[in-house]
Design a protein around this ligand. Structure first.
Ligand code: HEC
Ligand code: HEC
Ligand code: HEC
Ligand code: HEC
Ligand code: HEC
Ligand code: HEC
Ligand code: HEC
Ligand code: HEC
Length: 627
């Protein structure tokens, strides 16, 4: 890694004297900063926006413009909205949520018990690859569309992959809800991961330490193993106070703290960020170049000063995780960039992979999308391999294409670059016991299994690199990872094969505790006894082999206590029996689902399953942050 000139400049920093306040709008405020200080790439005044990069970096700009990540948040006046605002409505319990339009303006109407209800004018579209969510302000009528509320997350999503409307909250693992209502406030919950904001705003929580008040920039490092954490602390206290002072002035918030301790300064900044950081305070709507590259004003001014993916500035002191080589250090720098957003573990769903609990010390990886970076950092190679080994951060390639490339042995090169022992066919056959030229010979087949709940009700790769034989995967999780491809094989036969091929031993009493009868197919036993996410995975894996006979087993998932699991089961059922039963699993009651499923299975010549007994007592499932 080259030393960054600005990092060297660090050592020479002279902290600035605190300047008198300048009110917003006055000269001196326009550039964002009122304090001249040592170089940094984290403050509002360090950012210029992606438009400033296009003249010199046409290739990256062009690719990025088409990337789904870039289009993550869009203002509502954009043309390419996929959801049809043509009056169609989603029924949800007693409520109806409809998508309407008047001229160029889009509206969402939430009607309760046939009354006219609430009208919201859509201000932002979030998403655009697999689904669109909507943000809007409450208005009196189509004719008087002045905002009378904050920008709120609206309770409906448009699913691009199926064309259906869905209750917004059900994009994550939350329990059944009673009614559709707007909320939470967009700027308090969705801003920081879906837009470009100054890094400084996101790190206030980490600087303030473990007892910092909650806000979007909460310190997520404690969710990672210690040797993978970047830790942040306060550097120069005057520089910190000056930075906060500038930001508070920008946010038009309260009197800047005077001679307070760094703790008080940080708490004031967190409170102001929570209450006042809104859509107009973004560096840029959507994810821009500087979300990853850091504030690049210095680079634009003088291209010979490269931008830095590592945040720096006199107010920050930072210690990166240990790295064995410069390449490994660079990989960790990149992984940190991606991990800031890709480490969601915060719906209230209690379970993780590896048999852990979300709130326990042995919490494992996330069974659902959006936690890719955290999962990756928990696994085998993250001390040396970067996300960019497999993902071009600027590219908009379809992820299925990416998966096709890696899921064949021809895609093993990214792995054998470091694990050269397995580069030849003979060595791979001896290692994997599968045809080195077949699908069972791809490194990712066994080491990044497709067992996570993707955004589109399909399975996606679990980014925690480990092995299917790991005891915490075999003895604490369902299904066995080998069963994702070997849907027909029993628990006993898979366990025995792993024991003989790789010299393992799995106590049968522990397996029986998970699966009951070990001669049963492993996936069917998982559907019968699994935790909700395990049921979703088993249903999806079974659906993928398109066999009508699997319909009855999959149908069990239709009455799961979690609506999202029911949706995975409904999609898998359609795949298995080759037709859509058209069962509404969004909010309908269980008796209704059972009756509709029985009718549909019957018409396909299948038996009705013994519906699962009601789930275990519900663990605390109060307000989640919906994603
Ligand atoms: C005036 C032209 C110009 C503008 C504007 C510009 N760059 Fe550059 N950038 C360059 C040049 C020239 C290089 C190559 C420097 C080199 O190879 O040593 C470069 C290199 C880079 C690199 C690679 C640095 C490295 O360590 O190899 C990145 C990343 C980058 N620019 C990002 C950006 C971003 C983000 C923006 C907008 C905020 C931007 N650039 C705006 C000219 C520009
Ligand atoms: C901690 C970061 C974080 C927060 C906070 C967050 N998201 Fe996300 N969101 C993500 C990540 C990461 C993904 C991509 C997951 C993937 O591709 O597997 C995502 C995906 C999405 C998608 C799917 C995008 C598409 O194109 O298919 C939507 C829609 C979405 N989020 C909406 C929201 C809304 C609305 C909020 C606020 C209520 C929110 N998110 C808060 C990180 C976050
Ligand atoms: C999602 C994160 C992300 C975004 C957004 C992003 N980049 Fe990059 N970019 C990276 C990473 C990571 C690398 C470094 C790859 C490496 O060092 O291996 C990189 C490398 C570069 C390079 C160096 C050339 C190269 O291919 O290595 C340039 C130039 C660049 N980016 C410009 C831009 C511009 C301009 C934008 C906005 C249009 C942008 N980037 C947006 C993550 C991002
Ligand atoms: C500022 C927050 C943020 C950062 C930083 C970020 N991402 Fe994302 N990323 C998102 C969100 C939000 C989505 C949801 C978009 C979607 O799924 O279409 C997403 C989607 C993706 C996707 C799936 C969509 C696609 O384009 O294929 C990939 C892959 C991805 N990110 C990789 C990365 C990598 C690699 C990095 C680091 C170089 C990174 N991201 C950095 C927020 C972020
Ligand atoms: C060894 C290769 C590899 C590495 C390294 C890797 N990924 Fe991926 N990632 C994949 C593949 C393959 C897929 C597509 C999975 C699929 O379509 O089933 C994927 C999918 C994704 C998705 C989309 C998930 C979805 O279903 O929407 C996101 C987001 C993502 N990766 C983020 C990351 C981030 C962040 C990192 C680094 C922390 C990373 N990946 C490292 C191979 C990799
Ligand atoms: C940049 C180098 C690098 C690349 C590329 C790489 N690895 Fe690794 N991998 C490592 C390192 C280093 C370790 C050992 C980590 C440790 O000892 O903590 C490791 C460990 C592992 C382990 C053991 C994990 C465990 O916890 O038991 C597996 C399995 C593995 N890698 C598979 C893969 C696969 C599959 C790929 C391709 C998708 C891959 N690696 C790509 C560097 C790499
Ligand atoms: C059919 C499944 C399968 C395939 C395919 C597979 N592996 Fe493995 N791999 C395993 C299992 C099982 C273990 C654990 C063995 C043990 O614990 O003794 C393992 C262990 C490893 C380890 C950690 C132990 C060690 O040998 O250092 C690495 C690294 C690894 N594999 C790399 C790879 C690479 C690289 C590829 C592709 C070229 C690959 N594997 C393909 C099943 C597979
Ligand atoms: C990506 C899908 C995939 C994964 C994951 C996978 N296999 Fe296979 N397996 C195959 C394919 C395809 C064949 C047939 C060709 C071959 O031998 O590679 C096969 C063949 C076999 C066979 C011999 C033929 C038979 O059906 O009896 C056994 C036994 C077996 N696998 C066990 C396992 C075990 C145990 C694991 C987990 C460690 C595993 N497989 C993981 C795809 C997979």
């Amino acid at each position: 890694m080259r030393a960054h000139p600005a990092l060297i400049a660090f050592a020479l920093v002279v902290s600035c004297a605190r300047a008198p306040a300048v009110a917003p709008g006055e000269p001196g405020h326009a550039q964002g900063a009122r304090h001249e200080s040592a170089p940094s790439n984290v403050l509002r005044s360090d950012y210029v926006g992606s438009a400033a990069c296009s003249a010199c970096h046409a290739k990256e700009t062009e690719a990025w413009a088409r990337s789904p990540m870039h289009r993550m948040t869009r203002n509502a006046d954009v043309a390419d909205v996929k959801a049809p605002f043509d009056g169609r409505a989603m029924r949800f319990k007693g409520d109806s949520v409809s998508l309407e339009s008047r001229g160029a303006a889009r509206f969402v109407r939430i009607a309760r018990d046939a009354s006219l209800g609430e009208l919201y004018r859509v201000t932002r579209i979030v998403g655009g690859r697999t689904r669109e969510d909507f943000v809007g302000v409450r208005v009196k009528s189509e004719d008087d569309s002045r905002a009378v509320s904050d920008e709120m997350v609206l309770p409906v999503s448009y699913l691009i992959f199926s064309g259906a409307l869905r209750y917004k909250g059900y994009s994550v693992l939350v329990h059944e809800r009673d009614s559709a209502h707007a909320g939470p406030v967009w700027s308090e919950t969705c801003l920081f991961c879906h837009n470009t904001v100054p890094f400084f705003s996101t790190v206030l929580g980490a600087l303030a330490g473990p007892r910092a008040p909650a806000y979007q920039g909460e310190d997520l490092a404690p969710l990672l193993p210690e040797d993978r954490r970047w830790t942040w602390s306060v550097g120069d206290e005057h520089a910190l106070a000056a930075a906060v002072d500038d930001e508070l002035a920008h946010l038009r918030s309260g009197a800047p703290p005077s001679d307070d301790s760094p703790q008080t300064v940080l708490r004031t900044a967190i409170a102001a960020t929570r209450s006042s950081f809104g859509g107009s305070d973004l560096v840029e709507v959507g994810i821009g170049c500087e979300s990853c590259h850091g504030g690049a004003r210095m680079h634009v001014r003088d291209p010979k000063t490269p931008p830095s993916v590592v945040p720096f500035g006199p107010m920050l002191a930072m210690s990166p995780p240990k790295a064995k080589t410069p390449e490994a250090a660079h990989a960790q720098e990149i992984n940190r960039v991606c991990a800031r957003c890709h480490q969601v573990l915060f719906s209230r769903y209690p379970w993780t992979w590896e048999g852990g609990r979300r709130t326990s010390n042995d919490r494992g990886g996330s069974p659902i999308n959006s936690g890719e970076a955290r999962d990756f950092l928990l696994g085998g190679c993250a001390s040396a391999m970067a996300c960019t080994t497999c993902h071009d951060p600027h590219d908009a390639k379809d992820r299925a294409e990416k998966d096709d490339a890696l899921a064949t042995p021809a895609g093993n090169a990214p792995c054998t670059r470091c694990h050269a022992t397995y580069a030849t066919d003979a060595a791979l056959r001896a290692h994997a016991h599968h045809d080195p030229r077949g699908p069972g010979g791809a490194c990712v087949a066994c080491h990044m299994p497709r067992k996570n709940m993707g955004l589109d009700l399909r399975l996606t790769r679990y980014h925690r690199i480990g092995s299917p034989t790991d005891p915490e995967r075999v003895l604490r999780d369902r299904p066995l990872e080998c069963a994702l491809c070997h849907q027909e094989k029993s628990t006993e036969s898979l366990a025995r094969t792993m024991e003989s091929w790789w010299g393992k031993a799995y106590p049968r009493d522990l397996l029986e505790r998970l699966y009951g009868e070990l001669s049963e197919p492993n996936l069917a036993a998982t559907l019968e006894r699994g935790k909700p996410h395990e049921v979703a995975v088993a249903a999806a894996a079974l659906g993928e082999r398109h066999q009508r006979a699997d319909g009855s087993a999959i149908a069990r998932g239709l009455v799961n206590e979690y609506p999202l699991v029911r949706m995975f089961a409904a999609r898998a059922l359609t795949q298995a029996i080759g037709k859509d039963c058209g069962i509404d699993v969004n909010g309908a009651d269980v008796a209704h689902i059972e009756a509709a499923a029985a009718a549909c299975l019957g018409s396909a010549g299948l038996s009705v399953p013994a519906w699962a007994p009601p789930g275990p007592a519900r663990p605390g499932d109060s307000e989640p942050v919906d994603d």
